[in-house]
Design a protein around this ligand. Structure first.
Ligand code: V47
Length: 372
């Protein structure tokens, strides 16, 4: 392998990773630029196996979107509708949301993940009642709800501070924040693709406040549109700097841009190689984040399986009611059973571990062949 790393010009980076030295912006860009995807994958996989062996995490979760009414105008979004009553706009009543959970009977869900549009007409009590109502139905369930972009919107719209919004939502039952809304932190990109929502510094500041309040969060990165390689690595470095300060991030999730039915539909979607490359570079640059998630809804089931050899150690979960990606052209199923996910992981040569949101082990489907 060393000869191949040498030919690829990656020996110095491979050695740095092995001796746990930090990678720089330039080194991150070099990793993106290398034509030798397998050499990059080898380095990322060695790091993945050092941390997790063959262990590959997933959870039994339910994804809900209570409203797609959104006053932001992100060019990449196929899900949002500007106003209530616009064709395709939907807003569930709280009873309808609760019904979605009740329909699941006693299915052993451990997490509900909710992301909504920025709805201009709902009262703040809609969100607090949503959380407390879900907790009343399933007291043990983990509520991973509302991106930092939604938190910023609540603060501006209801005249509160970001901190007060988080404190009130936490009191109502919020347990953690999902990573959505990060897109690319660079102002140049945000100005072009999502100019009218929370900027990068505020996104990071909201995660920082959530961590200080004892909540864990994830960070995502939307790639494969107009961003440069430097802007991708800068996004990773800003994520790494936040984690240095707080330690509150659990997982980093690269999200592949889907071009159908949105204003960036002329762009091609990122290729499978690009997706593997992004997972691998994320694993290597984010030396202080434990988990890299290959979200199968976004990158496709087969590529997600392959990403488990390119730095990723997590596949997200059963999901069940996704619409953001399916409205943007994803051809993945909308749900997988836990049995499906276990099979996918084993079929990829890894060992499935069912986790909860905080990465506590819920179930080890098979202990055979597990590495320490
Ligand atoms: O914030 C929207 C992205 C995100 C498109 O935290 C698009 O565990 C690609 O954040 N093409 C929502 N991406 C999904 C998300 C997420 C997913 C899985 C796990 C977690 C977690 C978080 O989806 C949005 C936006 O960045 N998105 N439209 C599109 N056309």
């Amino acid at each position: 392998m060393r000869a191949r790393l040498k030919t690829a010009g990656l020996v110095d980076i491979a050695d740095k990773v092995e001796s746990r030295e930090r990678l720089s912006l330039d080194e991150g860009v070099r990793l993106f630029e290398t034509p030798d995807l397998l050499a990059l994958g080898w380095i990322a996989n060695r790091e993945r196996e050092r941390r997790h062996g063959d262990r590959t995490y997933f959870n039994h979760n339910l994804r809900l979107e209570a409203t797609n009414v959104c006053e932001a105008s992100c060019l990449f979004c196929s899900f949002a509708r500007l106003k209530p009553g616009d064709p395709g706009a939907h807003t569930m009543t709280l009873e309808q949301v609760f019904g979605k959970l009740r329909q699941r009977g006693d299915e052993p869900l451990t997490e509900i993940h909710i992301v909504n549009g920025l709805h201009p007409e709902l009262p703040f009590s809609y969100y607090t009642d949503l959380l407390s109502g879900l907790k009343a139905i399933r007291p043990g369930i983990h509520l991973k709800c509302f991106t930092a972009v939604e938190i910023a919107f609540f603060a501006d719209h209801y005249g509160k501070t970001d901190r007060d919004v988080l404190v009130e939502l936490k009191a109502a039952g919020l347990d953690s924040l999902p990573g959505g809304g990060a897109e690319i932190f660079a102002a140049r990109v945000r100005q072009k693709i999502c100019h009218d929502k929370c900027d990068g510094p505020r996104y990071l500041s909201i995660h920082r406040i959530a961590h200080a309040l004892g909540m864990r969060t994830n960070v995502t990165m939307l790639y494969g549109h107009i961003e440069t390689l430097e802007e991708r690595v800068d996004h990773l470095l800003q994520t790494r700097a936040l984690q240095d300060d707080t330690g509150g991030l659990q997982a980093f999730i690269p999200l592949a841009f889907h071009p159908d039915n949105n204003q960036m539909r002329k762009l091609p979607p990122p290729s499978a190689s690009e997706t593997l490359r992004v997972h691998a570079v994320a694993r290597l640059v984010l030396d202080n984040v434990d988990h890299i998630k290959a979200y199968w809804i976004s990158c496709g089931v087969e590529v997600a399986q392959t990403a488990l050899w390119f730095g990723a150690d997590d596949l997200d979960g059963t999901v069940q009611e996704e619409t953001i990606y399916h409205m943007a052209g994803s051809s993945t199923p909308t749900a997988l059973s836990t049995g499906d996910i276990e099979r996918l992981i084993r079929d990829a040569g890894r060992e499935p571990i069912e986790r909860d949101t905080l990465y506590n082990v819920v179930r080890v489907p098979s202990a055979v062949g597990l590495r320490a």
